[in-house]
Design a protein. Sequence first.
Length: 309
Amino acid sequence: MGLFGGGVSFNAARDIPSLKGKVILVTGGNSGLGKQSILDLSKHEPTAVWLAARGLSRAQAAADDIIKAVPGANIIPLDLDLASFDSIKAAARRFTAESPRLDILMLNAGIMAVPAGLTASGYEIQFGVNHVGHALFFKLLTPLLLQTASTTPDVRVISLTSVGHTLAPTGGILFDSLKTTQENLTTFSRYGQSKLANALFARELARRYPQLKAVAIHPGGVSTNLANTLASTNFVMRGLGALASVLMTSVETGVKNQLWGATAPADKIESGAYYAPVGKKGGNALAHDDKLAAKLWEWTEKELEGQEL
């Protein structure tokens, strides 16, 4: 079985239904899986797709590219820096002021294997961007998601995780040191911790908000900017990067799992589940740990107290 063996058959052009009337928001929409998601979704006539990226010019350039490929698509660029609470709140304020609904929230953005550091809001950088930033964005958009769900029984939150969650440190998440650079861990262990958080976030979100359908999506081994970042870190990683070019699948194929999670018939998807490509349940024991999921949610809620629109 290869990287994409088994699972369900999914073809974006054929299997994504009409999205007329729906509003979609994708973080990290300027490149890789995010941009490809928006391109494929836009072909099915949603009312609007908001393309969130760090820097409005970057978002606008990606939106322009997609509109060239899908003339008439309504792609709206949104400035969103997930490392900054101020930026996240500004983005949420703009979105909620301008959009009357939100049907699909795709928490796609992420960083991997970056040097030790802190976000502007003071968290270990990979955990801060990949989990905390997205958690705040979700929190601020929750009223609109619930409002939409009150009239449309299929509102989805897609959380991009990774098989890298298996690299998390013993115990999964080191809560006591999340506001440090955690340089006692390897960059891969810090990455794994953040990806485990993404999976647990979707699991607990599904429990707390049964009105919404939330899933954690592992896209598989995909050749994206994340892989390029990995390959640029050192000699060994450059070697792995060369190997990845052979072993990893294209973005056009890698995007299938998150598109499936966002658009497949609701009765085919279990809210809170972890899916590997395409539509296969997965995740290790920690990714299914309900007590750890609840602890993460409660820790996050406490950290985000007072952060409002």
